[in-house]
Design a protein around this ligand. Structure first.
Ligand code: CMP
Length: 139
């Protein structure tokens, strides 16, 4: 089933100039980039995006981190895109991520974990609409 998911290459990765390496792993996983831009999130944008985590102890630190540098937001399309991107990313905590995954290769710790991917098709639709309008999805 062709599906879309939403991706963020996080500030820890853009700071280390890893955008290209991570996008290559995304494409090698069979996902097509159908929309993409580099932005710097405001604190308010980061708080809105991660609102579901607002009661977590790491919320303040996470939202500070997410606006500490540029991020690459993109829409990925492919067969079972949500689960195939989650597989390509590896576990949230890089200590638990499988060999060959993006987080095992590049993440620094559970917060600075280099990438975000939607956890379900419904979440993907909300996350895509948070950063992109229909005209920006071109693939
Ligand atoms: P992400 O997949 O973007 O979803 C929520 C983010 O919160 C997660 O990746 C991490 O960057 C961050 N985070 C920080 N601490 C934790 C934690 N203890 N558990 C889960 N996520 C955390």
């Amino acid at each position: 089933m062709t599906q879309r998911t939403f991706s963020i290459i996080k500030p820890d990765a853009t700071k280390r100039n890893l955008q290209g390496a991570i996008l290559k792993m995304i494409q090698d996983a069979g996902l097509r980039i159908v929309a993409m831009k580099m932005i710097r999130m405001t604190k308010e944008q980061a708080e809105g995006f991660y609102a579901v985590h607002s009661d977590k102890p790491f919320f303040g630190s996470l939202t500070d981190f997410m606006c500490s540098g540029p991020v690459v937001v993109s829409v990925l399309e492919g067969e079972n895109a949500v689960s195939s991107y989650r597989q390509a990313m590896g576990a949230t905590n890089p200590a638990n991520a499988d060999e060959g995954t993006i987080r095992k290769s590049f993440a620094l710790d559970i917060e600075k974990n280099s990438v975000h991917g939607s956890d379900a098709p419904e979440t993907a639709a909300v996350e895509i609409a948070y950063f992109f309008n229909q005209l920006e999805i071109v693939g």
